[in-house]
Design a protein around this ligand. Structure first.
Ligand code: ARG
Length: 464
């Protein structure tokens, strides 16, 4: 097969060399974007009189046919034609005859591929923002059901203070809100047109870059042609936002895995998101959460990979940059899949509120309440801390918890202790009283949920 750029060559590469250099096996993912970009380019070529309207019509008809075939997955691709751009151009020329060859006037694959990637990522990021929002909705719905569900809160994975389970879930809402913001803000940089930068230097033809940018829905154009074809910051930024998002999902995965263990028994994942063991009949494994935790690694890897690809590249285009695609596609797939799975896991999980509450009763996570009690009565907190520490020690030696100590023991520790300490020690009271802004008190959690709903535009949650 003759190469589209074969003019100055006297012999062709061997097949395996072609295969090594080709990107068609993966950049066919960009077929629709490539056609869309070409449609805009050809419209511009005729508007500016670079080609005739009649020629443009023929090319457009051809491109339209290619689009229909692509939609039905009927396009055949050849490794000999290297990448999606050359494959499509060759198909087009087959359909239209030599006029198809005019499409590439005033364009290079360098600005073409960059345009494709901008179009692709814009679509994907918009979808990811929606998926994040769907997961946030599920978090709100579960949180709302569990405002008054008490669980142990942890630091160092040691029981620290009792909290509301709804409050714990809402922590992830806000992480996702920042993720959503990061992706949304990055759209500003994604939504720029490199088209018309040519190979690197612009073109001698009287093109209209603003026009193609407008046709493609871009908000503006790259100011510098070298930058336009060399920039992959927008992909790095996508991979970086994705890494942070995956880190959040991985932390929640870890919690789901812990919570669904026999040791915690705080939640049970629905059968539809768990798997069994081929040997141990009793097993119900949180595979999906584990996989999301695991897949976080490949997303970080994709970010490191592209950073490394780019770091030594002189301007402008270098073939190294073909390596920007697989990591990006893989990240899109991983992130969208993980978000969908999480929405489902949160929606269908069973919250074992009794188990959670039971856990708060059998520990010292109410010790801070006692210290607060004393300092509320004027004892310096440091001193109160010491007194309560001694009481905890006494309990450990006796084999009981704070609520099990007789009032006399408290009075001996400090005369300001009164009968009402037993109420104060109750985990439910402890949570309820943490009513500072952003705290776990029930009132605060409800306020936070309302605020969160506002952030999501107060959509209808009831029908979920
Ligand atoms: N397949 C190439 C890539 O993905 C397209 C751009 C090729 N440009 C070139 N001058 N070889 O980067």
């Amino acid at each position: 097969m003759k190469k589209l750029w074969g003019g100055r060559f006297t012999k062709s590469a061997e097949e395996w060399v072609d295969e090594f250099g080709a990107s068609i096996s993966f950049d066919q993912e960009l077929v629709m974007e490539d056609i869309e970009g070409s449609m805009a380019h050809v419209a511009m070529l005729s508007k500016t009189g670079i080609i005739t309207e009649e020629e443009a019509e023929k090319i457009k008809t051809g491109l339209q046919q290619l689009k229909e075939k692509a939609a039905k997955d009927e396009l055949e691709y050849s490794v000999k034609l290297e990448d999606i751009h050359l494959n499509l151009e060759s198909h087009l020329t087959e359909l239209t005859g030599p006029v198809g060859g005019k499409l590439h006037t005033a364009r290079s694959r360098n600005d073409q591929v960059a345009t494709d990637m901008h179009l692709y990522l814009r679509k994907q990021v918009e979808q990811i923002v929606e998926l994040i929002q769907e997961m946030q909705e599920e978090l709100i719905i579960q949180a709302e059901k569990n405002v008054e569900t008490i669980m142990p809160g942890y630091t160092h994975l040691q029981r620290a203070q009792p909290i509301s389970f709804g409050h714990h879930l809402m922590a992830y809402f806000w992480m996702l809100e920042r993720d959503k913001e990061r992706f949304s803000e990055s759209l500003k940089r994604i939504n720029l047109s490199p088209l018309g930068a040519g190979a690197l230097a612009g073109t001698t033809f009287p093109i209209d870059r603003e026009y193609t940018a407008e046709l493609l829905g871009f908000e503006g154009i790259y100011e510098n042609s070298l930058d336009a074809v060399s920039d992959r910051d927008f992909i790095l930024e996508f991979l970086s936002s994705s890494s942070t998002l995956m880190m959040h999902l991985s932390r929640l995965s870890e919690e789901f895995i812990l919570w669904s263990s026999q040791e915690f028994q705080f939640i049970e994942l629905d059968d539809s998101f768990a798997t069994g063991s081929s040997i141990m009949p009793q097993k119900k494994n949180p595979d999906m959460a584990e996989l999301i935790r695991g897949k976080t690694g490949r997303v970080y890897g994709n970010l490191m990979g592209l950073l490394t690809v780019l770091k030594g590249l002189p301007l402008a285009y270098n073939k190294d940059m073909q390596e920007d695609k697989e990591g990006m596609f893989d990240t899109v797939k991983t992130v969208t899949g993980s978000l969908k799975i999480f929405a489902g896991m949160i929606r269908t999980m069973k919250v074992k509120s009794e188990q959670m509450e039971k856990a708060t009763k059998n520990d010292f996570s109410n010790a801070t309440e006692l210290a607060d009690y004393l300092s509320d009565k004027g004892i310096p907190f440091r001193e109160a801390h010491e007194i309560v520490g001694k009481l905890v020690l006494a309990c450990v030696q006796k084999g009981c918890f704070l609520g099990g100590l007789p009032l006399d023991d408290f009075k001996n520790a400090h005369p300001l202790f009164e009968e009402d300490i037993y109420e104060v020690l109750d985990p439910y009271t402890a949570v309820k009283r943490r009513n500072s802004a952003g705290g776990t008190g029930f009132k605060q959690v409800s306020i936070a949920i309302e605020k969160a709903k506002e952030f999501l535009g107060n959509k209808e949650f009831a029908n979920k």
